[in-house]
Ligand binder design. Structure first.
Ligand SMILES: Cc1cc2nc3c(=O)[nH]c(=O)nc-3n(C[C@H](O)[C@H](O)[C@H](O)COP(=O)(O)OP(=O)(O)OC[C@H]3O[C@@H](n4cnc5c(N)ncnc54)[C@H](O)[C@@H]3O)c2cc1C
Length: 553
């Protein structure tokens, strides 16, 4: 027996990237089938903990931010990152990050000032994915086939034909789609099928990870709990993340550059050194994994009608917690491009923007993550032998180490630049105007309306977030309500381009936006700006939608 499906887009893999892509496509009116090997809502391995503000902004648009915000650590559990000699030892410094109950209102922290309606969220992937799955499963237009593996596909002029297997019944599944997107993780078969190869740095670091239950650990802490706790001492350095805020923890034991064999390091001994506990301390291993941190990028993200997103396209050591977040950014980039073309208002040329925009950004993030991992390794390996020494000398040493740890790590745990600073500077569908986008680091950024940048966020006079007021597709943001934009609206209407005109009234908007008109794309990046309408609005819109110009034809 063969089961047959026909949809516009086939998504392979329902991890966080595949689910986000599928929801966004479906919300834009596209029929989507998502195939996933795992059972319905089955949690993945314990890994990601940091959901970036930019990702939460996306989840807000998709209608799932509130449910996610209410899930994870207990509402009052500190989301701080603490640096100590051991998890139960002396504290060196602490990066303050608000608990989720205070996340929207807290002030004075290194990430509390960010111009966003949705600050970051700390939640493990084992809690995140079931919430995303439930939301996706209730999205009209989206069919999720669990326990279904896509085995192969072929492309022709009009679409893609994929075959797969229902793992439980053995039935064959056949899907006909206009496009296929591989969100099938690090071992992606779709990547292989499109002939893409990974290259970069094979080994950035080796990590022994252990997920364990230890109900007594919280009671042994000498300081306020933290979401992430780093232990630095001359015996063993590593870190622990609170998973349920009560009794489950994920511990990473970072091997030194000389330790190339996982088996050469006694896991139990290392865990006890990092925690700072003796042989009497009891813990139960739930799962364990030995893994190699890498920096790898696929040399292409597309072959005609097949695309790859997320870990299928890039893998890097999870410094700054940005693997999934970058993958979701890929998905949000590709999703509106595919939808605009499938909905008939953008040309096929619009799809060229995906690789042109996302490849350079993911390459940059991969370097940020690797360089940070190498700096951290240096810091771990330089930990002073007498860091635990009592008395004023030890105190001074710990204070100095604490400052250095804070300064380096606030960059990854409050990575504003990765969230808001990146810009698309070589896109075929952005109208550049000669001004360079502000440079950014992992930590720093400058909001800007230079085309290609994220549309800056402001709170409107009526209390709404700008992002809640934007239209679902293009929005012409007007800072001067007296400007006549009918010609622009007419040119959009003539091309079937959904366009909303939004008058923005906010105290700081005029100086922040710097132009009277700013055109925001469906993914909240700036496509064009000006102080007057463009001389040929139609030609501009044709360029932005990747279509041959109707004006010049
Ligand atoms: C220790 C650790 C900590 C991390 N911390 C963070 C963090 O804080 N923040 C962050 O952003 N990232 C973090 N990451 C990275 C993050 O976990 C990954 O980037 C993320 O899971 C990638 O999502 P994905 O959807 O692309 O792939 P995956 O999560 O791997 O999902 C791929 C899915 O595809 C399915 N699949 C595969 N092949 C097929 C097929 N042929 N047919 C059907 N289905 C298929 C799989 O079953 C799987 O469910 C961390 C990673 C590690 C290892």
């Amino acid at each position: 027996m063969t089961r047959n499906y026909e949809v516009q887009v086939l998504v392979v893999g329902a991890g966080p990237v595949g689910l986000s892509l599928s929801m966004d496509l479906a919300q834009r009116g596209i029929t989507v089938l998502t195939a996933e090997i795992r059972h319905r809502g089955e949690p993945p391995n314990v890994k990601c903990n940091h959901v970036a503000a930019r990702t939460m902004e996306i989840f807000r648009r998709l209608g799932v931010a509130r449910a996610l915000r209410n899930t994870g650590l207990p509402p009052d559990y500190p989301n701080d990152v603490a640096y100590r000699t051991t998890v139960t030892g002396m504290e060196l410094s602490r990066i303050p990050i608000p608990a989720r109950q205070d996340r929207y209102t807290a002030t004075g922290g290194p990430d509390t000032w960010w111009p966003t309606p949705e600050p970051p969220h700390r939640i493990n992937q084992i809690y995140l994915e079931p919430v995303l799955f439930a939301h996706a499963a209730s999205t009209p237009g989206l069919t999720i086939l669990n326990r279904t593996r896509i085995d192969s596909f072929v492309q022709d002029e009009g679409g893609v034909s994929a075959t797969g297997t229902d793992i439980d019944s053995g039935e064959m599944v056949h899907v006909r789609a206009r496009y296929i997107v591989g969100c099938d993780g690090g071992r992606s078969e779709v990547r292989r099928a499109i002939g893409a190869t990974l290259s970069g740095t094979d080994v950035v670091g080796r990590v022994q990870s252990t997920y364990f239950r230890a109900p007594d650990l919280l009671g042994l802490l000498k300081h306020k709990p933290a979401w992430g706790t780093f232990a630095l001492n001359p015996r063993r350095s590593g870190n622990v993340y609170a998973i349920d805020g009560r009794e489950t923890w994920l511990l990473h034991n970072y091997l030194t550059s000389e330790e190339t064999d996982f088996e050469s390091v006694d896991r139990d001994w290392a865990i006890r050194q990092i925690l700072g506990v003796g042989p009497e301390f009891r813990y139960e291993i739930i799962s364990k994994e030995d893994w190699v941190g890498r920096r790898l990028l696929a040399n292409r993200f597309r072959d005609r009608r097949a695309f790859i997103c997320g870990d299928a396209a890039h893998l890097w050591i999870p410094m700054a917690g940005y693997g999934m977040n970058a993958g979701i950014a890929d998905a949000m980039n590709l999703s509106w491009l595919l939808a605009s073309h499938l909905n008939g208002w953008a040309g096929e040329g619009v799809l060229d923007a995906y690789e042109a925009e996302r490849w350079p950004i993911t390459e940059q993030v991969s370097h940020f993550a690797m360089n940070h991992a190498l700096a951290l390794q240096k810091q771990r390996e330089a930990v002073p032998a007498d860091i635990e020494q009592p008395g004023p000398e030890g105190e001074a040493l710990r204070a100095a180490c604490g400052r250095a740890l804070y300064d380096l790590n606030v960059q990854q745990y409050c990575c504003g630049g990765l969230n808001f600073g990146y810009f698309y500077d070589r896109s075929p569908i952005v109208a550049y105007d000669g001004e360079a986008a502000p440079s950014y680091t992992m930590y720093d950024f400058t909001p800007s309306t230079v085309p290609g940048c994220r549309t800056p966020h402001v709170w409107l006079d009526d209390g709404r977030s700008l992002y809640d007021a934007l239209g679902p597709e293009y929005t012409l943001i007007r800072l001067d309500p007296a400007m006549d934009v009918h010609a622009f609206e007419e040119a959009a209407r003539a091309r079937g381009i959904p366009l909303k005109v939004l008058d923005v009234k906010a105290p700081d908007a005029a100086s922040l936006f710097g132009r009277k008109l700013v055109l925001s794309r469906p993914d909240q990046h700036v496509a064009w700006r000006g102080d007057a309408l463009p001389p040929d609005a139609g030609a501009l819109l044709d360029m932005l939608r990747g279509a041959e110009s109707q004006t010049t034809r």
